[in-house]
Design a binder for this molecule. Structure first.
Ligand code: COA
Length: 427
């Protein structure tokens, strides 16, 4: 049986605010670009790929299995199967975990995993009454019958029905849930804005220094191929604490602390990683950027604090890896909201939470918010839901290579009260 899963390399498109660079593209377009360039840069034989596993949260109604569409749309051999995973913001983490399990079972030795999202291209649905009228009209035999199917339609039935970023159980949006967490955990507006500032300053510095050249590709925008996108367009190098402090709260306009500045923005983008068994990587003479040591997914009650999933996943991933939190040199936490990261960190360090919520006698451990996300996070870089997990896994592995640290950690919170934690190692 293969021993470990090697991450050969990872790559992503630049991330863009939805409705900007990629306004006319789909998640499939973005996913194809990332996968094609990943194969190109890796120098592997496309025929050696045995599966494509992709995360996607808001699927196209016309081609919902984006992974297989990527195979068919990139010139990869048509014999390669592909499947798509929806696990909210942890979709790419689950894609990587599931692909890794296939490799450690010995069912495959080379898999591309990742994710893609376009919030510029969300399916806008008709109301249920309009849908019924269309169905009735399609079955009617005469023109009069077809028109008759619409006779009960009222103007309100014509209103479009767009997917909401809201929990089906609680009815609260992600932002409202983060607002609840900020209030219950007493996370101040200033602490959130400081954390957002750190995200932007670090992302800007990393971009300027060329740190992302190995993990962010250049996109030449179709159909005219005249515009070249080289960097993420959401990073604000010049933002200040003063500017951030002046932004109005969005999700609770009267008493809230969460603003456009301390939230992750609606984003388009794709990211992918090439996974191999350690043995195959050695045989091919490839130098992996890291190895997956363990992972864990967990969930909490969405009616409690929705975005605390990482707190429940982390101790399990640590135990599975046999590593203590203090031994981890590179920590990347997905930033859905500054209030969520700071709330996760607060709960991870709390003995009371350990006893009451985790059934543990000791807290998971202390994390310094200034020591994580050294090249910025989702607040500044953006957060294409299905892709973020693959972005972060790649960044952690590259940081391990650059710093010489042995262990890295990824945490991601996700809708539904879910959370992911992945342990990576350099050698
Ligand atoms: C918060 C949210 C509603 C803001 O959307 P938006 O209003 O389109 O955001 P914008 O980028 O237009 O920013 C609003 C304003 O804040 C300003 N702003 C945003 N970030 C800033 C920063 N870092 N510094 C200074 N100003 C900033 C913008 O310039 C803009 O100002 P303007 O109105 O004068 O043009 C949207 O990003 C959102 O829904 N995010 C959450 C996504 C989510 O739920 N994800 C799930 C995570 S699990």
């Amino acid at each position: 049986m293969p021993s470990r899963v090697a991450i050969i390399r990872g790559l992503r498109t630049p991330f863009a605010k939805s409705g900007t660079h990629y306004a006319r593209l789909t998640a499939l377009d973005l996913g194809k670009m990332a996968v094609m360039e990943l194969i190109e840069r890796s120098g592997i034989d496309p025929k050696s790929v045995q599966e494509v596993v992709f995360g996607n949260v808001i699927p196209s109604v016309k081609a919902p299995n984006i992974a297989r569409e990527i195979v068919l749309g990139t010139g990869l051999p048509r014999s390669i199967p592909g499947f798509t995973i929806g696990k909210a913001c942890a979709s790419a983490n689950q894609a990587i975990a599931t692909a890794s399990d296939m490799i450690t079972r010995g069912y495959a030795d080379t898999i591309i995993a990742g994710g893609s999202e376009s919030l510029s291209d969300v399916p806008i649905l008709f109301s249920r009454k309009m849908t019924e009228a269309f169905m009735g009209a399609s079955k009617a035999k005469s023109v009069v019958g077809k028109l008759g199917a619409f006779k009960k339609i009222r103007p309100k039935d014509l209103a479009p029905d767009a997917p909401a970023i809201a929990e089906s159980t609680t009815g609260l949006t992600m932002g409202e849930s983060a607002e609840k967490m900020a209030k219950e955990n007493h996370i101040s507006r200033e602490a959130q804005d400081r954390f957002a500032l750190q995200s932007h300053k670090r992302a800007a510095a990393a971009t300027a220094s060329g740190r992302f050249k190995d993990e962010v590709m250049t996109v030449v925008l179709p159909p005219s191929f005249e515009t070249v996108v080289e960097t993420d367009n959401l990073i604000r190098a010049d933002t200040t604490l003063e500017q951030l402090s002046k932004l109005k709260p969005v999700f609770d306009r009267k008493y809230g602390t969460i603003t456009a500045g301390n939230s992750s923005p609606l984003t388009d983008g794709a990211a992918a990683v090439l996974l191999m068994s350690e043995e195959k990587a050695k045989a091919e003479g490839l130098k992996p950027i890291g190895y997956l040591k363990s992972y864990a997914f967990a969930a909490t009650d969405p009616f409690d604090q929705l975005l605390q999933g990482p707190v429940f996943a982390l101790p399990v991933a640590l135990e599975r890896a046999g590593i203590a939190l203090k031994d981890i040199g590179v920590i990347e936490m997905h930033e859905a909201f500054a209030a969520q990261v700071l709330s996760n960190i607060q709960w991870m360090g709390s003995k009371k939470i350990a006893e009451e919520k985790l059934g543990r006698s000791e807290p998971i451990g202390d994390i310094d918010p200034t020591a994580i996300n050294r090249t910025g996070g989702s607040i500044a870089l953006g957060h294409p839901f299905g892709a973020t997990g693959a972005r972060i896994v790649t960044t952690v592995c590259n940081e391990l290579q650059l710093t010489g640290e042995q262990y890295g950690l990824v945490t991601v919170c996700a809708a539904g009260g879910m959370g992911a934690a992945m342990m990576l190692e350099r050698e």
